[in-house]
Design a protein around this ligand. Structure first.
Ligand code: APR
Length: 247
């Protein structure tokens, strides 16, 4: 492992443009479970609550689960050493941007500035009718489903549901960012959900070195990964950062 870490450090030091692509795994050490795997959210909840058609047809049922997962549970989560290490890397000119699939807002809470949110953010609710936006605090989540105070339509979390398109700007910025990357850090994602799963391929096709951090192999590991750092994001990124700043 030491040699592999050293190889990653060498590549990161030479890079003029490093991009991070993060998935649910980076927030596991903040107490947020991933989606897949034995302890994953989808082993406890039915993913259809996040299907856009189901949401429109059964807003109360969807909202009950959405509130439990994304508002009661996420609300107490704080950035962990992995989020913080990426923020410090950016501050020191060692990271250009983060493309995240996560909607938990933890990169921003850690202090990262350039964060492209591929799947939106849970900290905004939107009225699909008048497009007005609200924070969770401005909304009464004790009476579900929450309604727009102006036109009484059901509010929707401003993140991407299954069956919804990716916001055009997020896809465009992510594509550009990954195509410009010399080094691409792939952190805590299985690569199972399209179209997000395509983004690392854009970096690879443009010659980026792919460094993957994950305790387990993912769909990417034997396909596009050049350097596999096996382990938890918090531990590996803290070590990378320490070596980048001191060696
Ligand atoms: N550090 C790094 N990676 C970890 C850690 C950890 N401490 N713990 C688990 N992982 C890894 C797992 O091994 C797995 O590869 O994180 C990954 C989590 O994978 P998923 O649960 O599939 O999450 P993700 O890839 O982000 O899912 C993509 O699926 O349901 C949708 O929209 C949702 O954005 C999400 C998308």
């Amino acid at each position: 492992m030491d040699k592999t870490i050293d190889k990653a450090i060498e590549v990161l030091k030479k890079s003029n443009h490093t991009t991070a692509f993060t998935g649910a795994g980076i927030s596991v050490e903040s107490g947020i479970p991933p989606f897949r795997g034995p302890e994953g959210l989808w082993s406890k909840y039915d993913p259809q609550v996040l299907d856009i058609d189901y949401f429109h047809n059964h807003p109360s049922e969807s909202w009950k689960v959405i509130k439990e997962i994304f508002y009661d549970f996420f609300a107490g989560a704080a950035p962990n050493p992995a989020h913080k290490a990426l923020a410090v890397m950016e501050k020191n000119g060692l990271l250009s941007a983060i493309i995240t699939q996560n909607i938990d807002n933890l990169h921003q809470k850690a202090g990262s500035k350039k964060v492209i949110e591929y799947h939106g953010n849970s900290q905004k609710l939107i009225c699909p009718h008048c497009q007005k936006q609200f924070t969770p605090d401005e909304t009464d989540l004790n009476n579900l489903p929450p309604l727009c105070p102006d036109d009484r339509n059901v509010l929707k979390p401003d993140f991407v549901f299954f069956g919804e398109p990716i916001p055009g700007t997020a896809h465009l910025l992510s594509s550009e960012e990954s195509q410009n990357a010399e080094v691409f850090l792939l952190i805590g994602t299985t690569g199972e959900v399209m179209p997000a799963a395509m983004i690392p391929g854009f970096a690879k096709d443009n010659g980026a070195t792919i460094i993957e951090i994950n305790p387990d192999e993912s769909h990417y590991t034997n396909q596009i990964t050049d350097i596999f750092l096996k382990g938890k994001a918090g531990e590996i990124l803290s070590e990378l950062l320490r070596k980048l700043l001191t060696d």
